[in-house]
Design a protein around this ligand. Structure first.
Ligand SMILES: C[S@@+](CC[C@H](N)C(=O)[O-])C[C@H]1O[C@@H](n2cnc3c(N)ncnc32)[C@H](O)[C@@H]1O
Length: 293
């Protein structure tokens, strides 16, 4: 990974239905289609441009954090129980269901748009039969894959988000996504035993997570073992997409992972990505790595 590679991007320019309007003081103001929300954002360390009362005038709802990543929404205007967001580019068109949840997340990580386009383009250019999405959440990357790839496997440890993925697949009239509620590491181990291989894998592991049977996932402790096994389920010709948010990840760490597990891969992209607000302030989206052999 080249030292100091940084991408700053205003996602609204490529994803018109989404906008990071303002950020700062540990919060962000974003719009998703018709709905505007205030949520916590630890990386919003600047001072916001607009005042909090201006934010609240614009917002339909605000998340009030009660404990880490748990809380409730105060609804200022009416917010439907579910609404859809559309991503339309020249070729790739995705519909995704959104809703307010008690974990502050709403069904989409908009910065992942960078991966949706990569997956779509690479699977159009090369023959990809089998694609795996680990830590897949509500499945938008699985959907981007399923347009060009016959067999997409979607893994998440939470049944609720796996069911959400199935609804997103239906919304996009796709029936080639195999949705499995399972611990990511366990699934990879099982595939290794069965000698199944994939030509494309995306993994977006959280800093801390839990498996479907309450297996503990701690990024720093578990990532090496997961990648070691993952290399054994990759086909001769394949690509891997990794996203890392953990505060302990830096360029040196990524360099080590690539040299240890992916020495023969070519790096397509390896950068720290920042999202730009309407006013030019930033939030940190972590590292995006895309490699191919
Ligand atoms: C950062 S989100 C992934 C976002 C997703 N890549 C996207 O584009 O929308 C992390 C996901 O990992 C899942 N998760 C956490 N620990 C897990 C584990 N041990 N095995 C499988 N999934 C896990 C969580 O349920 C959550 O949906």
């Amino acid at each position: 990974m080249e030292k100091g590679r940084v991408m700053k991007i205003n996602l609204h320019e490529i994803f018109p239905e989404y906008e990071l309007i303002d950020c700062g003081n540990g919060l962000k103001l974003e719009s998703f289609g018709e709905i505007t929300l205030i949520r916590q954002e630890v990386t919003a360390v600047n001072k916001p441009v607009l005042s909090i009362s201006e934010w609240r005038k614009l917002a339909d709802a605000e998340f009030i954090e009660k404990s880490k990543n748990k809380g409730e929404w105060i609804v200022y205007k009416s917010v439907p129980e579910k609404w859809n967001i559309l991503y339309n580019s020249e070729e790739l068109n995705i519909v995704a269901e959104l809703s307010l949840t008690k974990s502050k997340h709403i069904g989409i990580f908009p910065e992942q748009i960078l991966n949706w386009n990569y997956i779509y383009d690479i699977s159009k250019k090369y023959k990809v039969d089998n694609f795996l999405n680990l830590f897949g959440y509500t499945g938008i990357s699985s959907i981007a894959a399923a347009f060009n790839i016959d067999r997409v496997t979607h893994i998440d440890s939470i049944k609720k988000v796996v069911d959400w993925t199935k609804r997103n697949a239906d919304l996009n009239t796709l029936n080639n996504i195999r949705c499995i509620t399972e611990d990511a590491s366990k699934f990879v181990l099982r595939e290794r035993k069965r000698k199944n291989v994939y030509q494309g894998i995306i993994l977006d592991p959280p800093a801390i997570g839990v498996g479907a049977n309450r297996e503990k996932w701690v990024f720093e402790n578990n990532i090496d073992e997961l990648l070691a096994y993952l290399t054994e389920i990759l086909d001769e010709s394949s690509f891997v997409i990794m996203n890392f948010y953990s505060h302990t990840v830096n360029e040196k760490f990524i360099h080590r992972l690539i040299l240890t597990y992916f020495r023969e891969f070519k790096i397509d992209f390896a950068e720290k990505v920042f999202g730009l607000s309407r006013y030019g302030e930033v939030i940190d989206h972590g590292y995006f790595v895309r490699i191919r052999k």
